[in-house]
Design a protein around this ligand. Structure first.
Ligand code: MF3
Ligand code: CO
Length: 270
C-alpha cells in the first residue's frame, strides 16, 4: 500500500531530509585517507543525535551502526568497521534520519583524493542517472518512467544497473511501497500521484550487474569485484514538479531546473 502524505507531513520529511543532507556533507568533510569507516560512523551518529535526530539504520532489522559506508566494490549496506580509508577509494555514505517521526534517506558516493578517469565517469553517470530518474518523477508519470530513464542512461554509458536492489517509498517507514527499480519499461508500474514520497537510488557497477551478499548478512558487493556507485535522494511528488527533500534549505523543486543545473547543485555538496 502506497502512503501518500499531506503538505505538513512532507514538510516534516523535508526537515529530516535537510538533516540527512547536512550529515552527508559533514561526514564528507572528514573523509580523508587514514580515517576508519567506524570513526566516520561515530561522527555521523553524534551529528544526527546532536541535531535532534535518530539514525534510522541503527537497529533496523538488526543493523548495528548509524549509517552505511560502502567502499569500492561494495554496492550498499557496508557496515562501518576498522577499515581505513585510502586515497583513490570510492566511499558511499548512505544516511537515514528520523526526525519528529518523519524519515528521509539519501546516499552520495565520494571520491577520496585522485581517482581513475573511469571511476570518475562511473560517479558522473550514476549522478546523472539519479537526476534523469528524478526528472521523470512528475505527476501522472509512472514508476517505470523513472526506472527506464535510469537504466537507459547507465547502460548507454556501458555500465550496469544492479537489478536485485531497488529504491522505495519512504517517509513514515524506512521502506514503504512502491518499489522503484533501476530498470524497466516506460509507462509501466504504479502511477505517480500527489503526496507520494519515494527514494530514487541508482546502484550501478562498472562491470557485471550481479551482486553477492557477505557472511555478515549485510554487505552487498559486485560479484565480479568491479567498482560500484550509489546516489540517492528522497523526493516528493507534488504538482509543481518533483521536490527533492534531502537537500539543505528544505529541498527545492526540480521544475525550474534542467539536468545540468541540478547536477551543479548536487556537486556543491560533494
Ligand atoms: N539507507 C538504505 C536505503 O537506501 C537502507 C539501509 S538499511 C540498513 O534504503 F539497515 F542497512 F541500514
Ligand atoms: Co534508500
Amino acid at each position: 500500500m502506497i502512503i501518500r502524505k499531506g503538505a505538513a507531513e512532507i514538510e516534516r520529511i523535508a526537515r529530516a531530509g535537510e538533516l540527512v543532507a547536512r550529515t552527508i556533507s559533514h561526514v564528507g568533510e572528514r573523509l580523508e585517507p587514514g580515517i576508519t569507516t567506524l570513526e566516520l560512523d561515530g561522527i555521523a551518529e553524534d551529528f544526527i543525535r546532536g541535531n535532534g535526530g535518530i539514525p534510522t539504520s541503527m537497529g533496523y532489522r538488526g543493523y548495528p551502526r548509524a549509517i552505511c559506508i560502502s567502499v569500492d566494490e561494495v554496492v550498499v549496506h557496508g557496515i562501518p568497521d576498522g577499515r581505513i580509508v585510502e586515497e583513490g577509494d570510492l566511499v558511499t555514505i548512505d544516511v537515514g534520519v528520523t526526525l519528529d517521526g518523519a524519515i528521509a534517506d539519501s546516499a552520495y558516493t565520494f571520491a577520496v583524493g585522485a581517482i581513475d578517469p573511469d571511476a570518475q565517469r562511473l560517479l558522473d553517470v550514476c549522478q546523472d542517472a539519479l537526476v534523469a530518474g528524478i526528472g521523470e518523477a512528475t505527476l501522472g508519470n509512472r514508476i517505470g518512467d523513472i526506472s527506464h530513464a535510469v537504466q537507459t542512461l547507465v547502460e548507454e554509458a556501458g555500465f550496469s544497473v544492479v537489478k536485485s536492489l531497488v529504491g522505495h517509498g519512504v517517509g513514515r517507514h524506512y521502506h514503504e511501497d512502491p518499489h522503484v527499480p533501476n530498470f524497466g519499461d516506460p509507462g509501466r508500474g504504479p502511477r505517480l500521484s500527489e503526496g507520494m514520497t519515494i527514494a530514487v537510488e541508482p546502484m550501478i557497477t562498472m562491470g557485471d550487474p550481479d551482486v553477492v551478499l557477505a557472511d555478515d548478512g549485510w554487505t552487498i558487493s559486485s560479484a565480479d569485484g568491479s567498482l560500484a556507485a550509489h546516489f540517492e535522494h528522497t523526493i516528493a511528488i507534488v504538482p509543481d514538479g518533483p521536490r527533492i527533500l534531502t537537500f539543505e534549505g528544505r529541498g527545492f523543486s526540480l521544475a525550474p531546473l534542467g539536468v545540468p543545473e541540478l547536477r551543479e547543485k548536487q556537486e556543491g555538496r560533494g
